[in-house]
Write a protein that binds this ligand. Structure first.
Ligand code: SD4
Length: 328
């Protein structure tokens, strides 16, 4: 009898009387890892209603691809979409009119790579992956990141579109810097995926806050803040005002809360509450967290209503409205 069937049929095991190590001595095979819940695998999840991105990630996962390839190819869809003014090519510029992009990627082994405030390159997530795979470093910033990208064969691209230039010139008339809550109902894309093997990876990419100071970098390319993966536990990623996410090392915090036993939903809620606790007099900003655990369970939570997150599993492709700390 196959070992799996033996375990299922054994009333003694069902009663929990015989432990796995004792069972292992019944035959030559290694004991199987026993789990109570069937993992929902594979799965892709991302911040906001970036359905084209999760569809691409699902395509990769469904073909048996790795979670790393899935998140990489998934978020690239948004980097390449010129209609999206918050990610990649076509993203809004800083106050000087320069588009500076941030991205990071992390794999199942804790390897990671990031680019910060990089100009003239359309796919920062691909450069971040090159940093991870081709250099001894984790982060490259500014001119160094751009130079590295050219060395890796990336092309120089003008990232400022006619539309974002016009909007910037309009903004300059008042030059008022105020992060907009739920800007155009999308923002940074952070994506988490688990592949058929059960391995977790994540990616996060953004053009950052529109009209930020030159050189400003938010949470999105900072491992632990905008994204964190621990293949034993789960992953988390963030969107919103990056300064606040950095102050709580939000994504790392959420993964650690899951390690301590919280569900992804409970961990996201606690992450938002920690941010609120540090901002007692100020709540006019948005933060959204999403998380996934090793079982494929997901969660999402935000400060203001309006944040949504996409999930793609064999059961469907859904845009989930997130619960929020504040009511509308
Ligand atoms: C940042 N978290 O640069 C990113 C961008 C974002 O609302 O999500 N903006 O702070």
């Amino acid at each position: 009898m196959k070992r799996r069937k033996f375990l299922r049929n054994s009333s003694t095991v069902a009663a929990g009387i015989i432990s796995a190590p004792i069972l292992a001595s019944c035959n030559d095979q290694q004991p199987e890892k026993r789990t109570d819940i069937t993992p929902i695998l594979p799965i892709a999840i991302c911040t906001w209603d970036f359905g084209n991105a999760t569809a691409k990630a699902w395509e990769v996962l469904h073909d048996g691809g790795s979670s790393l390839d899935a998140v990489h190819q998934g978020v690239m869809i948004e980097e390449n979409d010129l209609r999206n003014t918050t990610v990649g090519n076509g993203g809004r510029p800083d106050r000087d009119g320069n588009v500076t992009l941030d991205a990071c990627i992390m794999d199942k082994d804790g390897n990671c790579g990031a680019v910060l405030a990089m100009q003239n390159i359309a796919n920062p997530i691909s450069v971040a992956r090159k940093v991870m795979e081709e250099t001894p470093h984790v982060m490259l910033a500014g001119k160094g990141a751009e130079q590295f990208a050219y060395e890796q064969g990336f092309e120089k691209v003008n990232l400022l579109t006619k539309k974002t230039k016009e909007d910037w010139l309009e903004w300059k008339k008042t030059s008022q810097y105020k992060p907009i809550i739920n800007i155009e109902n999308h923002d940074t894309i952070g994506m988490l995926a688990i592949d058929e093997k059960g391995d977790i990876a994540g990616a996060c990419t953004t053009s950052g806050m529109a009209y930020k100071m030159a050189g400003r970098v938010g949470d999105s390319p900072i491992i632990g803040a905008g994204l964190f993966i621990d293949n034993e536990v789960g992953g988390a990623t963030a969107t919103g005002v990056g300064e606040e996410v950095v102050r709580t090392v939000g994504s790392f915090l959420i993964v650690e809360l899951m390690r301590q036993g919280k569900s992804p939903q409970e961990a996201c809620e606690e992450g938002v509450k920690r941010i609120i606790a540090k901002n007692k007099d100020k709540q006019d900003f948005q933060i959204g967290f999403i998380a996934i655990n090793k079982k494929g369970e997901t969660g999402g939570y935000c400060i203001h209503p309006g944040f949504t997150y996409r999930t793609y599993t064999k059961d469907g492709h859904v845009n989930n409205p997130s619960n929020s700390y504040l009511e509308s």
